[in-house]
Design a protein around this ligand. Structure first.
Ligand code: NAD
Length: 491
């Protein structure tokens, strides 16, 4: 069944909605009087196509059809969901709803992206108020799951349930806001933080950059994975939420903020918060919650490190410092002794490398051996500068053997034996150890290539010379057990 969504207003938010629907298989019909709307939506869609499909581990349905229309009445034809994302002015929204309702299916949901208006305000003067709800998303709409779904008493519960199902079908998280209020839930919090930040800048306490660092290097990471109440529950330690509130409750009366309109700190407030917190997370011990928190933080921090961004950039700098001066840096020419297999990787197994079997996932062995090969290439002279000049190695063949289980936190080390390094061929045999125990081996044939022609080519004289020296030294070692093995078939 083809599902059709109508997007009224295709700016920052409407464009994001269009992408969310299209990439989840809906046909999308857009109305926006801006002559640039086609280009703008095209650009948002290009970014969404880059990021959203790969976020999923399952292929998304075939993309829907995108069309642009000259009138609202044309754009809403056949639509089961109509999403209004016009500028935040009540009179414009009212005018749009009137035009939409004159032409749309009375059963369709009309969602409004409004950041601030209550649904009852949006519904004023509408032909069918029961059709209009707030569906407030967050930018970028195609990636962030939250939608605040805010009904008024005019909306029947069945319509809200149906709206939730549609949003879930788009991979979103509909948060049913039960009581209508200006700016809903999330923007109220953001507004409080924003106002405080404006004061801090105006009073010369901090610059905009210092405030951003205060968020992204610390509590922003905690909020991303546990929100505020569970974070403080854990901060209360074994004594939990009541203890946390007893400790920090009195601050409510101290000048810790410019926003001094605070709820009275009394037993009633403590019981209300602590009771809800128990209902939310009382089924987990604090230690258990700490472990979840740590797993999440490791995942988030490592993702940020891969982007060299924010708190992840700090981690990457620390990695570089740790590496400096270790035997994981430098070139073969500077190594007095190459008679033994060369250490090419040393690290602890991260929490997010383990799988449902409770041990390191097999893809991570390949990743470790790949890192070891990269290091070996670097030490013989195939470093970033050399690669930028047009030469590199491609891996032609790989054979991995798993000998023992590696677990999160294990310190693993790869030592590399160069079996052959001549002309365009580099034949590596990596052994991964935990202490002195071999955990896995990886045998790899790499071929030197020209990055311009993408064809095999001879390496530089320097690489040839470094490989020749190491091969000669390693030839005196016993041939590693398992070299050249085929898959062991049952006899
Ligand atoms: N920007 C955000 O971060 C954000 C987040 C959540 C919700 N919202 C809400 O989304 C809505 C849209 O905000 P935005 O940031 O996308 O604004 P925007 O200015 O980027 O887009 C508004 C679009 O509406 C079009 N438009 C104007 N009048 C129209 C009409 N009569 N019919 C159809 N289209 C019309 C404009 O040409 C423009 O393309 C607002 O209600 C806003 O509060 C914004």
């Amino acid at each position: 069944m083809i599902r059709v969504a109508s997007i009224i207003g295709g700016g920052v938010i409407g464009g994001g909605w269009a992408a969310r629907f299209l990439l989840n298989g809906w046909d999308v019909r857009v109305f926006d009087p801006d002559p640039e709307a086609t280009r703008k939506i095209g650009e948002v869609l290009a970014n969404a196509r880059r990021s959203l499909p790969g976020l999923s581990d399952v292929a998304l349905p075939p993309e829907g059809r995108l069309s642009f229309h000259d009138s609202i009445s044309d754009a809403v034809a056949g639509a089961a969901w109509i999403q209004e994302s016009v500028p935040e002015r009540l009179e414009i929204k009212h005018k749009v709803f009137a035009e939409v309702q004159a032409a749309c299916d009375p059963q369709a949901v009309i969602g409004s992206s409004t950041s601030g208006f209550k649904p009852s305000e949006l519904q004023q003067g509408a032909a069918r108020p029961e059709q209009i709800v707030v569906a407030h998303p967050f930018n970028p709409v195609y990636l962030l799951p939250l939608v605040e779904l805010v009904p008024s008493p005019a909306n029947a519960p069945e319509r809200i349930e149906a709206a939730k199902a549609v949003l879930q079908g788009l991979g979103m998280f509909p948060l049913h806001v039960k009581k209508e209020i200006d700016a809903h839930i999330a923007d109220r919090m953001l507004e409080a933080v924003w106002r405080e930040c404006l004061w801090l800048v105006k009073d010369g306490v901090a610059t905009t950059q210092e405030i951003d660092e205060a968020i992204r290097m610390g509590f922003g990471l905690r909020w991303a994975q546990m929100g505020i109440f569970d974070t403080y529950r854990v901060a209360g330690g074994e004594a939990g939420m009541k203890h946390f509130m007893a400790q920090f409750g009195p601050c409510l009366e101290w000048p810790w903020t410019k926003l001094m309109d605070v709820p009275e700190f009394n037993d009633e407030l403590v019981d209300l918060i602590a009771g809800q917190s128990d209902a939310q997370s009382g089924h987990m011990s604090i230690r258990e919650m700490e472990r979840h928190r740590d797993d999440n933080l490791v995942g988030i921090l490592r993702a940020l490190k891969a982007q060299g961004w924010g708190a992840g950039a700090v981690l990457a700098e620390q990695d570089a410092r740790q590496k400096a001066g270790s035997n994981l840096e430098g070139y073969a020419e500077d190594m007095a002794d190459v008679s033994q297999p060369i250490v090419t990787m040393r690290r602890a197994v991260p929490l997010d490398w383990t799988d449902y079997n409770g041990h390191m996932n097999e893809s991570r062995y390949l990743q470790s051996f790949c890192d070891a090969s990269d290091r070996f290439m670097e030490l013989v002279g195939c470093d970033a500068e050399y690669i930028a000049s047009g030469g590199s190695y491609f891996t032609a063949e790989t054979h991995i053997r798993h000998l023992a289980e590696a677990h999160a936190g294990d310190l693993i080390e790869v030592r590399t034996h160069l079996l052959m390094g001549q002309g365009k061929k580099m034949h590596l045999f990596h052994t991964m150890y935990r202490g002195d125990e071999p955990v896995a081996t990886g045998e790899h044939m790499l071929i030197h290539v020209s990055l311009e022609t993408r064809r095999p080519s001879p390496p530089s004289d320097r690489i040839e010379a470094n490989m020749a020296r190491i091969v000669e030294a390693h030839a005196k070692l016993p041939r590693p057990e398992g070299v050249g093995r085929f898959i062991g078939a049952p006899r």
